[in-house]
Design a protein around this ligand. Structure first.
Ligand SMILES: [Cu+2]
Length: 133
């Protein structure tokens, strides 16, 4: 009867880990309203999956793209009309909510921007601040 004794502590540990993951500091909600991200600064720990709820309260489509300046440079001239396959690139249809989970291993500032025409210039920009230990 060695196996059940080994399985139980493992299950208990998993339960503890999951409790730590959900609803903790690593979760964030970003609302889009009047073509702005609220909040426009979100802090997250490096190397930890961050579950982000993106809620678009506007009656028009937006997008939430987070990454390095290289990523943003590509999207400024990009022609991809819809994003739903990469966790860091999310299309937000009018009056909708999407949930994505992102992980950034390197501490730093990663901007999130809506690259629909004119939206970045209008101010649809925020910063995901990834901090180390
Ligand atoms: Cu937008």
């Amino acid at each position: 009867m060695v196996r059940p004794a080994l399985v139980l502590p493992a299950a208990a540990l998993l339960l503890l880990l999951c409790t730590g993951c959900s609803g903790g500091a690593a979760d964030a909600v970003i609302v889009v309203r009047y073509s702005r991200f609220v909040p426009d600064v979100v802090t997250a720990p490096a190397g930890v999956p961050v579950r982000i709820t993106l809620r678009n309260d506007d009656p028009i489509e937006h997008e939430w793209i987070v990454g390095t300046e290289k990523v943003h440079a590509r999207h400024r001239t990009g022609t991809e009309p819809y994003h739903d396959e990469i966790p860091t690139e999310v299309t937000l249809p009018a009056l909708s909510e999407r949930v994505t989970t992102v992980v950034f291993d390197e501490p730093g500032e990663y901007r999130y921007i809506c690259h629909l025409p004119g939206h970045e210039d209008y101010g649809m920009v925020g910063v995901l601040r990834v901090v180390g230990d």
